[in-house]
Design a protein. Structure first.
Length: 273
């Protein structure tokens, strides 16, 4: 079923999104070996013909108090076989990426060329559902266990280059409304500000169900050494027993992005509502 965009979400004609990620973390599958992931690649090869191997990501759980917790039981677990790596499966132009490991299924969209446009969350989620369902069937059909989702993650990465609305990293207050440059001679205007913040996510009944992590970094764009801000928003948590958290996490990301950026930048990005 196709997801419909909620009417109360902020919307932009040209959002600065360069990458999105939907991740389903699940109880670790103890049976798969590297050969099984090779069989899975055969299943999706026509759409994802390129592959690479990366190190496994640790399982992470958002807790209401303290930092995200690593599951102690998995950390201390002794396995009869060596751990398998995290496998990347790319489509031909690299814009779509599937990542799989024994306890994680991740689907990325990445902006490859300047002319590429963000396909929107609804389309990204539809692609995730299709590929995750196929992966879950593969695990079940090969008697490798059962995929039980225990944590979901939504990430948006935004690149905001200078030249439209701002020129140097000292202009951070023209892009984001979470920092006001000092007016006094000392210390004066900062040449660069990095910001990290986290916010508890609660459901309609005010119960904790996750956390939103926001980071803002001043960088120089490699292609032309142009000043740029990288804004990354990650919502991680769980509601119910599937991937229902995705929609809630996306809502928090989009509303927070609009709340932390300035009306001047909204005009540049073509805010619709």
């Amino acid at each position: 079923m196709t997801t419909v965009r909620p009417a109360d979400l902020p919307d932009f004609r040209q959002p600065p999104v360069v990458e999105t990620l939907l991740s389903a973390q699940f109880d670790q599958l103890l049976l798969p070996r590297t050969a099984h992931f090779g069989l899975y690649w055969e299943l999706i090869y026509d759409r994802y013909p390129q592959t690479a191997e990366q190190g496994e990501l640790p399982a992470v759980f958002e807790k209401e108090t303290g930092q995200p917790a690593l599951p102690i039981g998995i950390q201390l677990q002794t396995l009869d076989v060596p751990p398998t790596p995290r496998f990347w499966f790319n489509n031909e132009n690299g814009a779509e990426l599937i990542q799989v490991q024994r306890d994680r299924f991740i689907k990325n969209w990445r902006k490859i060329g300047e002319a590429d446009t963000y396909p929107r969350y609804e389309q990204v989620k539809e692609g995730f559902n299709r590929d995750f369902d196929q992966f879950s069937r593969f695990i079940r059909d090969h008697d490798l266990g059962q995929v039980r989702v225990n944590q979901c993650e939504v990430t948006y990465i935004n690149h905001i280059p200078s030249g439209e609305g701002w020129e140097t990293h000292a202009d951070i207050n023209r892009v984001f409304n979470v920092w006001n440059q000092p007016e006094s001679e000392i210390p004066g205007r900062s040449e660069g500000v990095a910001i990290r913040a986290k916010f508890p996510i609660r459901d309609d009944e005010r119960r904790f169900c996750g956390r939103l992590h926001v980071s803002i970094q001043p960088v120089q764009r490699l292609s032309d050494n142009r000043p740029m801000f990288v804004m990354e928003l990650t919502a991680r948590g769980q509601v119910a027993d599937g991937t229902q958290f995705f929609d809630l996490g996306r809502e928090w990301i989009v509303k927070t992005f609009a709340a932390l950026t300035t009306p001047e930048m909204h005009r540049i990005w073509g805010r619709i509502r």
